[in-house]
Design a binder for this molecule. Sequence first.
Ligand SMILES: Nc1ncnc2c1ncn2[C@@H]1O[C@H](COP(=O)(O)OP(=O)(O)O)[C@@H](O)[C@H]1O
Ligand SMILES: N[C@@H](CCC(=O)OP(=O)(O)O)C(=O)O
Length: 380
Amino acid sequence: MTEAARLRTEITSAHRLVVKVGSSSLTDASGRLDPTRLERLVDALAAARSRGQDVVLVSSGAMASGMLPLGLRHRPRDLASKQAAASVGQSLLVGQYGRLFAKHGLVVGQVLLTVEDVARQDHYRNALRTFTRLSELGVVPIVNENDTVATHEIRFGDNDRLAALVAHLVGADALVLLSDVDALYTAHPSSPDAERIGLVADLDELAVDTNGKGSEVGTGGMETKLQAARIATASGIPVVLASADAVAEALTGEPVGTLFLATGKRRSRKLLWLAYASVTKGELVLDAGAVRAVIDRKASLLPAGIVAVTGQFQAGDPVRLVSEAGQVIARGLVNYDSDELPAMIGRSTKELAETLGAHFDREVVHRDDLVLKQRKKKAS
Ligand SMILES: Nc1ncnc2c1ncn2[C@@H]1O[C@H](COP(=O)(O)OP(=O)(O)O)[C@@H](O)[C@H]1O
Ligand SMILES: N[C@@H](CCC(=O)OP(=O)(O)O)C(=O)O
């Protein structure tokens, strides 16, 4: 069956959907919130709800919405002005959503997240608890980055990856990315030889040029959408990228836009957090044998295979596993504090059992607490 003839059951059968809409899809040419576009989106989401689907909306547009009331003609460049614009715009944005969803008898709840909220396990659990309760109450969560407190070092900056992480967090069955472009193209859509791509079976096999500039009000362009698609599909969540103007079609399973098939298996939340959201506290440098054992045999990391330790961390913290050439091969949750490891590294399990007693935790990183870094087969 061709992609065009196929109803997108990935979307229609999803119990829970995360839908992300970009700034460019919510504003008019002057950068003002466009009520018609907002209404079209809300109508389609409300229809999905009435079909029994749980919907979480990740909406950009705070900064864009704040520009007009502040008399700004262009998106501000400095961080403080961006934060001020987002502060003014976010309340306007959620106010509009609140009014539009209320017409369908639905209540919205604002959820503002920072990188910390998904990077720290305790914050992650807090966010999950809130989403769970909102879902039980039938509320439509409207998520955005907490722009007013996010600084350069701790920003997602774009909402595409945030949406993919939220999709994991809430256990979504599909992720829909709505933008101002109708699909993924082999090159910037303005390029004469750009070809539309309807289906991506494996992102690792994809060769597209995403360097072309995005919209005036958007952030990240196509590259961050592909990153989001990679995060989601690699752990079992299919993704549709479509024009926000075709939101109704996208949500009813029409073959609009680009479908990215799920390639990986669903992973536990802990491993997803470890792979994509955690901030590592240090590095374990592995010899060549340990690199092979971890990658090829999916083995746990033992002290004997470690040649160096850097950074300050405590047992339970996420760390990077790197080769002697400095290539990151995995992330894992370490079982020892950084100051315990120097006395252990390079020593065999037998030797350590003699010194530390037979009951020492023999793995430095257990295989169940380890995620290998994904490797691109081709550069995109
Ligand atoms: N290969 C490509 N295929 C499609 N769009 C692309 C590509 N490369 C760059 N783009 C640009 O990415 C834009 C979407 O990104 P962005 O402006 O950040 O949107 P949003 O506000 O929806 O997040 C498109 O409008 C398009 O101009
Ligand atoms: N948090 C920002 C979103 C950043 C942004 O513009 O993202 P996007 O439009 O999704 O590329 C805002 O609400 O303005």
